[in-house]
Design a protein around this ligand. Sequence first.
Ligand code: SF4
Ligand code: SF4
Length: 445
Amino acid sequence: MKSLLKTFKMGGVHPLENKERTAGLPIERFAAPKKAAIPLSMHLGAPCEPIVKKGESVRTGQKIADSDKAVSAPIHASITGTVKAIEHFNHPLGPRVRSIIIEGDGTDTWIEGVEPSLFDKDAPCEVDFSKSAEFLSKIREAGIVGMGGATFPTHIKLSPPPDKKIDTLILNGAECEPYLTADHVLMLERPRSILLGMRIMQEILKVQNVIISIENNKPDAVEAMRKAAEGYADVTIAVCQTRYPEGGEKQLINAVLGREVPSGKLPMEVGSVVQNVGTAFAVYEAVALHKPLIERVLTVTGPAIRHPKNLLARIGTPFKDILNYCGYEDQENNKVIMGGPMMGKAQKYLDVPVVKGTSGILGITAAEVVVMEHRPCIRCGQCVQACPMGLNPTLLAASVENEDMDDLLKNGLMDCMECGACAFICPSQRQLVHWIAVGKMRVKR
Ligand code: SF4
Ligand code: SF4
């Protein structure tokens, strides 16, 4: 086992980390909700179609929706009860989405073959590697998606086309978003499960080189993963500098391998696959414990939260239940954000459900909410220096404002990962990411 200290070469910023309120807190299981709204779209790719009907009884873990499209991931009941409706419901990522509404009967009866008493232990079962031919279909059937927030179906990411030779699997434990500590505590409490999930993915990809990358603000997680990886000569722990957005896929590849993913291309182009540590954990649970993705770890924190926590919550749990439990001060002009402050989405409705990509819920007080003034650009160039993708954010934003679509594409609009580093650094508080996102929507139309 080797150790490295790495970082990406272009751009980046240093926002306040604000992780101390939850970094030392254990994962607490949040009670299954009485009613769960489960969106048919909470992954990148085609939405699912329901395979249950209104009035039907469902058990926890039962598949309730699927799709025959290549890029999609099935969806499972997160509670036991009755399907009350299949209708459009509020969604934390924007417009209302067709959802399966389950009213719980309070029994939490799991599907056969799943033993819930094993869930609270680290790696309670060994993985049967003689059955590796089944791994990929088990991951698909369990509805596993990228748990870092990207929600790309994991089985697709683990199936690169035959002409793309993959030599390295990178496990992403950077968790560079301020406030969030869900991955951090998962590495502390479930290091062996994560490692076994990584071995499963390594077996599927048939790669020799495996790197676990963690920012150096989490020395205890580095130690936990290092201990779990003892005896595995092919595993490298890469301790990265704390610098935002270290956990971006392309930044991480650049940091630990020195490779650059070309514009418009995916990591497989440079022989690598990146998976989040939460995804590795979900992969382990799917393969070893036959558990579909019906819950996830998320951080609930921020200045408007009296009792910050790292919670294990069911998909479909209303934000407002979690916020009430954690003492959210629901006052006028306070804000709730899904995810971190850099890339998260502000919420209009608090009945929105936890989805597969909910890594955190932030409560921000009105005093901390910065109302962007959007003053004229002073041509300082700080946004250009901060951009980890080598883009010119002020030029992109101006092209959108001027509706100059040709220029937008020429200047790399689609390479922007909406990390927010440019808007964070801008002294004129220009809403650069907002304009870039608007530009992307116009291009896709
Ligand atoms: S939001 Fe886009 S343009 Fe702005 S810094 Fe990030 S990648 Fe660059
Ligand atoms: S950081 Fe802001 S003010 Fe400076 S060049 Fe970029 S957009 Fe203009």
